[in-house]
Every structure is written in C-alpha cells, then in structure tokens.
Design a protein around this ligand. Sequence first.
Ligand code: ADP
Length: 851
Amino acid sequence: MAAGSAIQIPTRLPLLLTHESVLLPGSTMRTSVDSPRNMQLVRSRLLKGTSLRSTIIGVIPNTSDPTSDCDDLPNLHRIGTAALAVQVVGSNWPKPHYTLLVTGLCRFQILQLLKEKPYPVAEVQQLDRLEQFTNGHKSEEELGELSEQFYKYAVQLVEMLDMSVPAVAKLRRLLDNLPREALPDILTSIIRTTNQEKLQILDAVRLEERFKMTIPLLVRQIEGLKLLQKTRKSKQDDDKRVVAIRPNRRISHGSITEDEEEEEDHDDVVMLEKKIRTSSMSEQALKVCLKEIKRLKKMPQSMPEYALTRNYLELMVELPWNKSTKDRLEIRAARIVLDNDHYAMEKLKKRVLEYLAVRQLKNNLKGPILCFVGPPGVGKTSVGRSIAKTLGREFHRIALGGACDQSDIRGHRRTYVGSMPGRIINGLKTVGVNNPVFLLDEVDKLAKSLQGDPAAALLEVLDPEQNHSFTDHYLNVAFDLSQVLFIATANTTATIPPALLDRMEVIQVPGYTQEEKIEIAHRHLIPKQLELHGLTPQQIQIPQVTTLGIITRYTREAGVRALDRKLGAICRAVAVKVAEGQHKEAKPDRAELGEGEDCKEHVTEDAKPESISDTADLALPPEMPILIDFHALKDILGPPMYDMEVSERLNQPGVAIGLAWTPLGGEIMFVEASRMEGEGQLTLTGQLGDVMKESAHLAISWLRSNARRYQLTNASGSFDLLDNTDIHLHFPAGAVTKDGPSAGVTIVTCLASLFSGRLVCSDVAMTGEITLRGLVLPVGGIKDKVLAAHRAGLKRIILPQRNEKDLEEIAAPVRQELSFVLAACLDEVLNAAFDGGFAVKASLEHLNSKL
Ligand code: ADP
C-alpha cells in the first residue's frame, strides 16, 4: 500500500470522475462506472494497458450535478487522489457498466487539463510525498502533540469495538505500525463521515490542517458509540458489534445484518406460531402446522426447505377456515337483481330462482351443481356473478379451459420444487371467505394429459357428499368446501366427461333472437359502453334500426359478445369526435346544417351527409347527439361483413341449405352437389365426420332406390343414378369439422335437385336425420337452428315431425315470421323444398307396371 511504496506517480494522469464517493489515500473503494467518459477510460486505459503505470489513474470527486456528466466536462475539482486500479469487473445488466476496485495512493493537484475526449487527461503534481512515510519520525516530531492526540483518540475508538472481530484486531495493530501521517486519511474513510467532510479532508493538503480537521470527526464518532452503548446497555455485546468502521464493515456489518435478520426472523416465526394458534383452522390442520413450525424453528434459514415450509404455514394461516360472509337471501330481491341485470333468458332465471328458494328454505347446499350450457356471449358468466350478488357472497371465476393436469385442481405435493396449491384452494385464499360462489368456467374444455385427468379431480370437488373433506395435495389436510356454491359453464355437454356431467344439473342457455338482442343492446350493452367511454346519451344516439343493422350485417352469433364489441367500436369513434368537437370552434353556417340533420328521425340509406366524418367536420357542440346511421356504421365498422342474401347461392340445381348445431350456436350450412362422368364414385369434401359421411351414403342409396318413382335420371337418362356417373358432395366452410346425422334431409334434397335439374326454394332451410326407408327422424338443437335460419333471413323451415314440441321454446315473434313444415318422411321434405312440390310420378309408374 502507500506506506511501503516509494513510487512516483506519473505527471500525466487519466481522470476518473466519481459521483457517489470520495477516495482518500490509503483506503480502498469499489465504484461503479457507467458514464461514457469513464467507460472509455476503463476500456482504453485499464483493460488495454499492460504496465503497472497504466493502472494508475486520478480519481477526482465530481462535485457537479451528475446529470450533466454526459455533456461537456464539468468544472473539475482541483485536488484528487492518484489510485491504483486493482480490479475491473464488467457487466451488461441492467445496463453496460464496470465495477472498479481502486486503492488510493496519494493526493495530486491538477495543473492543466491536456485533453477532454474521449476521457480527460491532465498534467498533475503529486502533493503527498510517499517516501516521507517510510522515514516518518521526522514529521512525527514536527507535528508532535497533534499527532499524539490523534493517535490516542484513534486507539480509544478502536478499543470500543469488538476486538474478537479479526478485522478490528488488525486495525488496532495497524494503528501502531502505520506512520502517523497516514492515519487521518485512513480513519476518515473508515468512520462515519459525509462526502462533504471527506472532501474537506482531501482538500486539506497540509498535514497539520488534516489532523486538526479529523480529530473532531473522531470525537464525534466516539461520542456516538458511547451513546449507543448507553442506550443498549442491556445488550452490551451487541453494541460492540454496531460499528461504523469501514474496513470491518463487510464483516461486522454482515454480522449485524445476519444477526438482526435472524432475530427478525425469529420474531416472525414466533408471530407465525401465534397466528397459527389463534387461527380457527381445523384440529387436524393445527396439529400439522404445529409440527411444521417446530421443524421450522430448528431449520437453518439457508435451507431451501425453510422457505417452502414457511410459505406453507403462511398459506395455512391465510386460508379462510372459518371465515364466511353472511348470506342475505331474499327471493324477491334476487328476482329483481336477476331481472335488472339480464333481459330475457326466462327459463334460466326461473331455474336459478327455484334453486335459490330451495336454499333459503333448506339452508344447506347439498343440491345439484348448476351447469349453464350455451353458446358464448349469452350471459352465463354474468348470471353467475348476479347470483353471487343476490346472495351477498364473494365471486370467483376459475377458468378451466385447457387445464390438463390434475394438480391444476388439486395442487402439487410439497415435495416438488415450485409446488403450489390447486386453483380451488388458491381461489379461497384470494376471496378470503369459505363460502364464495365459484364459477367453473368452460368445464367442457378440460383436457387430459399424462399428468392425470383434471375432470376426475373435479369430481371430488363437486360431489356434495365428499367435498366437506377435500384434500389438496399441497395442503395435505382436509378443507371443507361444502359451503362453496359451485356453478359450472360450458358450451356443449358433448365433451363434458359423463361422470362429471352426472353430478351437475344442466340448464340450457340458448342464443337470442334478433329482437332480444336489440333489447339487450339498448337496455344493457349501450348504457354500459357509454359509461365505459365517458359518453352521455346527449352525445350519441344509436337508433334501433342501427342496432338491427349491426346485428344482421356485422355479427353472426348466438350471443351478444360481438355485438358488444361493435358497440364499443362505435363509442370509441364517437368519443374521438366529441373530444375533437369540444376543442373546435363551431362554425355557424355548418352548425345550422348540423341542426337540420338532428331533426331527422330516421335516416334512409340515401341520405348521405350524416356520416360520422361529416358530423365531426361540423365541430358539433357536445349537446347535440351524434346519430349513428348506416353511413356512420359503414364509416366506423367498414363494409358489412355478412350478406342477408342467401338466394344467390341457390340459383343452380344441386344446392340446398341445411341447419347445423355447433357449440357456438346454430348455423346455416350450404350443401352443394355436382355430377360428372365416372365410375359411380362418391366424393365428399368439407371436413366431415363419420356420421355425416354415413348420411351421405344413406341419401344416395335412398335416391337410387327411389329414382324411378321420382323420375330422376343421370346424364345418360338411366335411372341408375351412379351409372357412368361420379357424384361430388361438398359442404363449404371446410375448416370446421362437421358431424352429426341432421344433414340427411339436406343431402337428399340437394341430390334430388341435382338429378331433377330443379332449383330448391331459396328461402327454405331444413334439418333432420333420415333412414334407409325414407323416414325423417328427430334431431337436437332445434331452437338454435331455427334462430340461425331466422338470422339468415330464411322463411320456411323443414323439421322432423317429432321435433314439433321443440317449437314451443321459440319466441312468438320469431315463430310468426317463419313457416314450419313438419315432415315425417322424405316425400314431404321434397314436396316442401321445391316450388310446386316434388311430385311422385305415380301415374307413369302405374302405367309402366300395367304394360
Ligand atoms: P358467456 O359467459 O355466456 O360467454 P358473458 O356472461 O361473458 O357470456 O356475457 C357477455 C356479455 O353479454 C356480458 O357483458 C353480459 O353482461 C352481456 N349479456 C349477455 N346476455 C345478457 C342479457 N340477457 N342481458 C344483459 N346482458 C347480457
């Protein structure tokens, strides 16, 4: 170190500007370097240099504002410390920087700045004479008293510290061995001082002055320690360890923090134990927790298991073992809440009210679990939320879509790294009560994997006979779930595992009719969107015709989710216009024009000037509502996405419209057929399932066997329809897999049209399963299918006769707009599907047979 070296520092030194700290000769400091100038210095001088000299740099405390560091070189402090760079460590995170370890050698003074870029270099003059330290007795005599006094204080200070710490003992020895002149610098950097004080010591070039300035700092530190010892008399041992001596800092400070942390941790563990004892957990859980806390106390903190056990115990304390909200169930109020929140869905509301009424009377939950099944966006989740509201319970939604691991439900055993409780226990922790409403969303989308079947885990959760002692793998003790009200939702029951389905009561939630959608939009969705976008009805007006336009031309869905999104898009566009309008000066002449427009009640499609962009140009005052008409719709939402006109696709023989049911609601489905010369092959395209393929074969067989009756011939006039003929049947929308028996009648109709050369009526849709004998069998999903046909603007629907009962479910307005043909056999289907009927050529056959 400085004491032994008699080196002369170079006269030209590169300068490192430090912000955070002041380096004094004889001390070592770690500093982080990230400013461009300093980085450059490190790179080109320290990392490239090979000689010892090249590792000597000048450290200048930068007293100016750190932010100005990047620009011009600040006014430099004239005095600095020449230092030896002992270590350079580079890192790229969080941003590129180096960490330097530098040891101060001696003071220097800047004589002249030689260059500023890329890093400053200065001509310097060495101030401390290093060699003077080696034969220091002379100066000791000169300073005499002052140095003696300083030495005494220093010894007193060090002896107040814990001598058992090796660094303190070493320091004590250093005090005797080091030349006295070096002590002020070294002790200043050890004791608690501010940067300002250190800077003063750095500036004190004369030794005498330096001694004089450091003595008060030592005294202050000694007084501070005395005070500390007094206040912590009871823990005298600890006091000694509370030191402010820097070289020991790493060790002593480390031991303080560790000690304190340990102490704190111990306190925490005691607190935890207290919490466990006072919590209302079950007896079994309490036993487990106490055992665990006993283990925790014996465990060193550094053990990974320590954190695991602690997390476990904290979760156990947090769980709502006995905490619940008070049910406030009043059926009349519940009815009002349900009615206020949801329009239509009478059947669902009725069943929910029945369920709640039974709960009120019986006061226990051992009833079936309700499962709402229906297309997306029909309000299943939001009814669940309303139920929680009526009961005054917490609501928590657990999305099960894609869950493929049973530990999703039941948690991992605690032996796994990163183990955690399942979603049920997590949900309980989140809501903080043991009787929330849990909505198990999308139970039909549970998947299976090698990690087990989550549906099987759900069985226990949902079984009222078992769930009072549900055991999560992580908790490993039973938790009572019997107070939780579970509601499940699904798009289809087809993919719900049967055992799970068996535990639930399915309530079908069908899609909405157009009229219902309009009402829902105006009663619920529009007010909600207006509020979301900060608009008022005085600023925007969406007439019912527009809503109908959005429903028919921009959405094709069973629920109202897309409708809600479109309304949101309209509100966003209007919000921009209103905000713009508020800032613009209303131009009088244009404003008049605007008023004129406002008077229009209903805007026809030809009345052009009212598009949203025009209204914006007028800079309308906010009190004038912006009317959303078809032009505005087109401006905001783009050209209509769906065409009402399906008849164009039916202008050739060999096309018919069927009705299909999908988990997303009903859909209309075109079936196309063509024939060509060939060897009697049937080609089917359009992603069909096995059942659909069978229907196609059935249809062809039936037609072939009845070809003579209907006078159906192939191209060469033969009644054997497949003679020299290939048939291709196509079901467009090929990306979606279609299956089910209900396309049978449609395929027959389509082929009959192909072979007879007649067009199927353009406004007819049909559904029904067929038999080889030509009977029409009933199918499911009638309500959704009828609604889909209605949405698509079709007028006549051919249904199996045995589905007549399902028509009652369909709302009266829809029923009135459609005509239904109930068919028991294929003859009736064909008769209804073609204009003028599809007559059996009975007379001809009769005649033939006679001949
Ligand atoms: P699901 O769970 O069936 O997919 P959501 O419950 O998420 O559908 O409903 C989507 C949105 O539609 C919600 O904002 C909901 O409030 C609204 N909504 C659906 N049906 C109705 C209804 N009958 N009355 C009022 N709003 C409804």
